[in-house]
Design a protein around this ligand. Structure first.
Ligand code: ACO
Length: 362
């Protein structure tokens, strides 16, 4: 038995397939490249939820009902904002957890819409509260991505900015049976409901081993400073036994396909003449060389976190909000997995091997 359950099959799913050997991510029969940035995040939700959610809505209607749902959760979000202001020790993701926990199983709105709406509304409001600003109400006429940026900045985003965030949300919408998705499915299997299952997913995502490394990627770029410093900094890190953030993956042994999608989105957003992106691309190139020299045979490639960091930074999203913003996209996948698991109708209940002492004989 492995402590990380590698290779253990715990679910059958029609939702996504991570092909780590070939660097492919398939979402409901479509390559990631064909959806992220090509169709809207609402269309991706419609694709993921098709045949699972009630009501089963096409993209156009989904955009409308998601807008309505963001407006519907706003009064409750405002109450949670008050509590968060009075509890400054709460981190941003803890505030988001509190916001989801305020939702009731008795609510009449479909619960998958409620949770999908609550995540951006809470995250945007909490970012503003952190800066001493007032949260901004949602605008149901905007897309999910555009409304998040509008709520965060109190002004309508530029088209390219909304497109970049939309691409990001789609790129991270689902990823096989990762830790948070598995957590959500275990909770769903007990019939605890959509809201509790998604809160469980968020709690698993909160852990640094899952929520990822986009913040530290930016710390690395800050410390490297300029092109001259790249190789010495990277080699020093490895000499000290540290890992290079944004590289390596448990499943992908070739390039993470999400990294390429996000690299394209960052370039589109920031243009070619951008010092930060130019430095990052050089760091990526040298890091891959250094990793190949120092860890031959390990097949360490760029992962999703590297360009996530640059994209979210270019959108002026604070580092503390990176994991909550990831959750805006991943909620689409959690919801789909919860709905799929609920249809299975059987509790997930694995076994353990007892290795403790036997009771003393009388
Ligand atoms: N930098 C340097 N060396 C690395 C890196 C890295 N980023 N990643 C793996 N290695 C090395 C390890 O030191 C180890 O070498 P060794 O056998 O000579 O000691 C070998 O590669 C295998 O490492 P494992 O820990 O077994 O690989 P695993 O598959 O468990 O780890 C992980 C995957 C956690 C992502 C790892 O690559 C890592 O720590 N990367 C840096 C952090 C990061 O970018 N995290 C975000 C991942 S993306 C996501 O989760 C959404």
């Amino acid at each position: 038995m492995t402590s990380g359950l590698e290779g253990v099959v715990a679910a059958e799913t029609v939702l996504s397939h991570v092909d780590g050997e070939n660097g492919r991510l398939i979402i409901r029969g479509r390559e990631l490249d064909d959806i992220a940035g090509k169709i809207s995040f609402e269309e991706v939700c419609a694709l993921l939820w098709e045949g699972l959610a009630e009501p089963d809505l096409p993209e156009k209607d989904l955009r409308e009902v998601l807008g309505t749902a963001r407006v519907a959760v706003w009064p409750l979000a405002q109450k949670v904002f008050t509590l968060c202001r009075e509890t400054p020790a709460l981190s941003l993701i803890e505030g988001l957890r509190l916001g989801l926990s305020a939702l009731s199983d008795q609510d009449k709105l479909p619960h998958h819409l409620l949770v999908t709406a609550m995540v951006p509304v809470m995250t945007a409001g909490l970012i503003r509260i952190r800066k001493g600003q007032e949260p901004v109400a949602p605008d149901e006429a905007l897309s999910h991505a555009a409304d998040f940026l509008a709520m965060m900045t109190a002004r309508p985003p530029k088209r390219l900015q909304a497109h970049a965030l939309d691409t990001y949300l789609s790129a991270v919408c689902d990823h096989g049976l990762n830790a948070s998705t598995f957590t959500a499915r275990v909770i769903a299997s007990t019939q605890a409901g959509m809201i509790s299952s998604v809160i469980g997913g968020l709690c698993a995502l909160k852990g640094p081993l899952h929520g990822g490394a986009p913040g530290p990627v930016l710390d690395m770029l800050d410390e490297i400073g300029d092109e001259k410093g790249i190789r010495p900094w990277l080699e020093r890190q490895l000499d000290q036994g540290e890992r290079l953030m944004g590289f390596g993956h448990r499943i992908y042994k070739v390039r993470d396909p999400r990294a390429d999608v996000l690299k394209g989105a960052v370039r589109l957003l920031s243009g070619d003449d951008n010092n930060r992106i130019a430095l990052a691309e050089k760091v990526e190139q040298v890091a891959l060389e250094v990793l190949a020299e120092r860890k031959p045979g390990r097949r360490l490639e760029t992962n999703v976190e590297f360009y996530t960091a640059l994209l979210l930074e270019a959108l002026s999203i604070p580092r503390e909000a990176f994991t909550p913003v990831f959750a805006i996209g991943r909620t689409a996948g959690w919801v789909a997995h919860v709905l799929e698991q609920e249809k299975v109708g059987r509790i997930i209940r694995p076994s353990s091997v007892y290795i403790g002492p036997e009771p003393l004989a009388a």
